[in-house]
Design a protein around this ligand. Structure first.
Ligand code: HEM
Length: 337
């Protein structure tokens, strides 16, 4: 297996060993991905699972074994608890290999020592210190805190006038399902690392459209580059938030804040800028077409099948419509909204 310098397995190389519709079953799937069934099906579900494993593997997950059994189709082997170097996580693994020599089915049966690792939640810890977040979670949190004016989840954001019940009804109205939420999480893994390029694509469309570019200009009619650069960082974060943030009160409140930042009530306030005072509602709505159309090539850039891209894209489009619908709230009289 290909290994980058860090010694962590390369996710894409690992995926190459699995058939496109391979099925992997392990209690760890339920533990890390929250999937009750404990089953990952296909590359689109395996990829984020392997990525989490790469980040979180505890040191007692070693790979000491002596032999294996196979009839040429099915392979079974044991990672025993006792090893010459001490105890390791104990499993029996079974794999079915298809006619192309790829793993079709992979089941991991856990021993008691391994179960203890799950009970102590050691896959979610750094350096064995209980309750610590993974390095990646800490990095993400730190990075988002460093974004100027990004006040998600803070007391600086007022409460949304929209209730959680109304949000639930809106989710039903755009037909956003649990499966869509799952597809959004997968999309997050695909879009991460591409957010700068994505926002540049949207900026290019705005730049070529004078009546839109106008909203980023200073009183002399020149593009306000500081304003553009500062807003861009929050826009990049938004791409990941669309994919990853749970729909709770903090989320609802920040949607209202973003809506306000497009209106005369809060546009320019964060950057103390002097650009035009609001984005007309008609452009906010119409630009959804660009946001949804242009994301597709980015969803396709990480080797997903056309069906996988389609499912992620469908979920993305529903989510964006949900966001923009909530952003219309400060534009519209309460009695009419
Ligand atoms: C579906 C359409 C749109 C989406 C998804 C969107 C998304 C966003 C996001 C995520 C932010 C940053 C929010 C934050 O501060 O955390 C933002 C701010 C901004 N957007 Fe939009 N936007 C849309 C339409 C437009 C249009 C059509 C324009 C006008 C050309 C525009 C101009 C701006 C400006 C100027 C800001 C900065 C506002 C401020 O002063 O804080 N947006 N937008």
């Amino acid at each position: 297996m290909n290994q980058p310098k860090s010694g962590a397995p390369c996710v894409e190389a690992l995926l190459d060993l699995y058939a496109h519709d391979a099925v992997l079953e392990s209690p760890l799937v339920s533990h890390l991905c929250g999937k009750e069934t404990g089953i990952c099906s296909g590359h689109e579900e395996l990829r984020p699972f392997f990525e989490m494993l790469r980040e979180r593997k505890p040191p007692v997950r070693q790979h000491y074994r002596t032999n294996y059994f196979t009839d040429g189709k099915t392979m079974i082997w044991e990672y025993p608890r006792e090893t010459p170097k001490g105890e390791q996580m104990d499993f029996v693994e079974a794999m079915e290999i298809n006619d192309d020599g790829l793993i079709q089915r992979h089941n991991v049966y856990w021993g008691w020592f391994g179960v203890g690792v799950l009970q102590r939640d050691e896959y979610r810890k750094e350096d064995k210190s209980r309750g610590e977040k993974s390095q990646k979670e800490k990095r993400d949190e730190k990075q988002s805190k460093e974004i100027a004016g990004y006040t998600y989840g803070t007391s600086e954001v007022g409460k949304s006038p929209v209730s959680l019940k109304e949000l639930e009804e809106l989710k039903q109205t755009v037909t956003l399902t649990e499966e869509d939420v799952h597809q959004l999480r997968l999309a997050g893994g695909v879009l991460e690392g591409q957010t700068g390029a994505i926002v540049d694509t949207w900026r290019e469309v705005i730049g070529k459209t004078p009546h839109l570019a106008y909203y980023f200009t200073d009183p002399h009619g020149k593009p306000d580059e500081n304003y553009k650069a500062s807003v861009k960082e929050r826009f990049k974060q938004w791409v990941l938030d669309v994919c990853r943030r749970p729909y709770n009160q903090d989320w609802l409140d920040y949607q209202h804040e973003i809506g306000l930042r497009h209106t005369h009530l809060k546009k320019n306030v964060t950057e103390k800028a002097e650009t035009p005072p609001y984005i007309p509602l008609r452009y906010l709505l119409a630009f959804t077409a660009v946001i949804n159309d242009t994301i597709k090539p980015f969803l396709a850039k990480r080797g997903s099948t056309p069906e996988e891209v389609e499912a992620m894209h469908r979920a993305w489009c529903k989510a964006v419509i949900l966001h923009v619908t909530l952003w219309t709230r400060p534009y519209v009289a309460e009695s009419e909204w």
